[in-house]
Design a protein around this ligand. Structure first.
Ligand code: CA
Length: 223
């Protein structure tokens, strides 16, 4: 699940990002309305956390703009004031829910979960490759009857592979998608993570799912 935070207060944005990443979400951050709306138009997110008071373009404008382009990603608005007008304006503009600052992280997380659940009602919440199952709401994996415990990064990696079954994913793609920046090509962090993930999903099973494509990257195969 990929979440975009649009918030100009760097400290708040950072805290939210860290907290959500610990909960195994993939998080992108934009610090103003303009770069935020550009990201929404060019990439796909499962949820947007949108502050109202933002430089360059305010949150309400961003929201109206994306809704007019038929982008229906759930939006959680952050309002600085507890003003009723702000909330009404936000909801009128197409926000799905709002939180008044200051709020607790637990409260935010509860809203995030509920919005993501709502958004996935029509979509299936379980992905399947051969006998490997992934619940994208509960963030749980199972191979056959064996429950697989995953760390946050491992979960994000596995979801990425399962969304791209039989497609070779390069280290550059993986690093961009999961870590949001490019690793020094000299490091083997990605390989270490993938080896851990591979032993969790493939060890003890005759059919191996995660394969190395020498010199290029990795592929999750269902054939
Ligand atoms: Ca702000």
């Amino acid at each position: 699940m990929r979440i975009l935070i649009i918030e100009d207060e760097k400290k708040v944005a950072k805290l939210l990002q860290q907290g959500l990443e610990e909960e195994r979400y993939t998080v992108d951050v934009a610090y103003d309305g303009e770069s935020g709306s550009q990201l929404i138009l060019s990439e796909t997110f499962d949820l947007i956390i949108l502050d109202i008071l933002l430089p360059k373009k305010d949150g309400i404008t961003v929201l109206k703009e994306i809704r007019s382009k038929k982008i229906n990603t759930p939006v959680l608005m952050l309002t600085a004031k507890s003003s009723i007008d702000d909330k009404v304006e936000g909801l009128d503009a197409g926000a799905d829910d709002y939180l008044t600052k200051p709020f607790s992280f637990a409260e935010l997380l509860a809203r995030v979960r509920s919005l993501l659940r709502r958004g996935t009602v029509e979509k299936s919440t379980t992905m399947k490759v051969v006998d490997l199952h992934l619940d994208t709401v509960a963030h749980k994996a199972k191979r056959g009857e064996k429950i697989i415990e995953l760390t946050g990064k491992e979960y994000a990696l596995l979801e990425y592979f399962m969304r791209n079954v039989n497609r070779v994913l390069t280290r550059a793609l993986i690093s961009e998608q999961i870590w949001n920046y490019n690793f020094d090509t000299g490091t083997n962090v990605i390989d270490v993570y993938i080896n851990h993930l591979r032993s969790k999903i493939d060890d003890g099973f005759e059919k191996k799912l995660l394969h190395t494509v020498r010199g290029i990257g990795y592929v999750l195969k269902d054939e």
